[in-house]
Design a protein around this ligand. Structure first.
Ligand code: ADP
Ligand code: MG
Length: 156
């Protein structure tokens, strides 16, 4: 899972398939199919942590899921970023820049909504702890987040 990391990526936030993430209190900003296609095809599905920024905004901690996209009968992947920050408004159509730094766990099925939510809360806590480490904090300051035309964008 770590072979492609850190992985830099930028793309527009598109409408997802309404699985009600926001209702669970954990909205996930979805990348377009085109951006997902640009990911290494052998990148592992599962939950990752890293840094994210919307437009020219501040850089925040994030957890990210790479999963199978039910809209495409699970033959295509979806990439969804939950930014660990409270935004005043939705940001569909904006450019989301992320760097994926580390892997937390594989995808899982949960017996209940409560079990799913508590697993995600644990993922968020793990992401927060990891991202406080000096080696991970460094990437927060990466020029990728500060230059409009970032120098490194994997596969772009
Ligand atoms: P969708 O199915 O359209 O992705 P979600 O319920 O997953 O709907 O909500 C995602 C949207 O919520 C994002 O596209 C973004 O505009 C908004 N949003 C607000 N706060 C956040 C956040 N902290 N992290 C991610 N998205 C957020
Ligand atoms: Mg979503």
């Amino acid at each position: 899972a770590m072979r492609h990391l850190p992985y830099f990526c930028r793309g527009e936030v598109v409408k997802g398939f309404g699985r009600g993430s926001k209702e669970l209190g954990i909205p996930t900003a979805n990348f377009s199919e085109q951006v997902v296609e640009s990911f290494p095809s052998d990148i592992s599905t599962g939950i990752y942590y890293g840094w994210a920024c919307v437009g020219n905004g501040d850089v925040h901690k994030m957890v990210l899921s790479i999963g199978w996209n039910p809209f495409y009968k699970n033959i295509k992947k979806s990439v969804e970023t939950h930014i660990i920050h409270t935004f005043k408004e939705d940001f569909y159509g904006e450019i989301l820049s992320i760097v994926i730094i580390g892997y937390i766990r594989p995808e899982k099925n949960f017996d209940s909504l409560e079990a799913l939510i508590s697993a995600i809360q644990e993922d968020i806590e793990e992401a927060k702890r990891q991202l406080d480490l000096p080696e991970h904090l460094k990437l927060k300051e990466d020029n990728f987040f500060h230059l409009p035309e970032g120098k490194i964008v994997n596969n772009h």
